[in-house]
Design a protein around this ligand. Structure first.
Ligand code: SF4
Length: 168
């Protein structure tokens, strides 16, 4: 399963599993989880994805290397941490709890956000309240975790060329 990306790649280092736990590249495990059901419904065929890849079409810098997640990921302890975090993020949506998380600069979320004109991110008391939001702090703490170390020795998840092989 390949998702071709035309935007600027997000900078990252370390293991793909750790990035998932931090809430990045969420498409990868979600594609892996959904592709079989999608193919069966649309193509009426039994298909199983061996891996999911984000493949930037821009060339030139080392961040543009693909990020690949094999389907074996789902059997690892890292997947359990990821599932817990995904549950937390879904819980926020279910509660309608959308705190602001400004991400400015040329490639930040705010530049492409449909709500930028009404967002109160420049209102410092609002920003402070968002930063100290109890639910946000709880979820942020969970998103700070890394993939369990012992698991990554057993499971050879692929690390793209040009990245640091172990989390610092
Ligand atoms: S403009 Fe506001 S709502 Fe939109 S991404 Fe930025 S902080 Fe979030």
């Amino acid at each position: 399963m390949v998702d071709y990306k035309s935007g600027k790649p997000k900078s990252w280092t370390g293991k793909v599993e750790t990035q998932l736990i931090k809430g990045k590249f969420l498409q990868l495990p979600i594609y892996l989880g959904l592709v079989s059901a999608f193919a069966e419904k649309i193509l009426n065929r039994k298909v199983q994805a061996t891996d999911a890849t984000l493949r930037p079409i821009r060339e030139g810098d080392e961040e543009s290397s693909p990020k690949t997640l094999p389907r074996e990921f789902w059997g690892t302890p890292a997947a359990k941490v990821f599932e817990e975090n995904l549950g937390e993020l879904i819980g926020l949506i279910e509660k309608g709890h959308f705190y602001i998380e400004p991400s400015q600069g040329e490639w930040g979320y705010c530049t492409r956000c449909d709500f930028a004109r009404i967002c109160r991110k420049e209102h410092m008391p609002t920003r402070k309240r968002a930063e100290n939001d109890a639910l946000r702090l709880r979820v942020s703490k969970k998103l700070e975790r890394s993939a369990p170390k012992e698991e990554t020795k057993k499971t050879a998840l692929r690390t793209p060329v040009g990245t640091v092989p172990n989390d610092q």
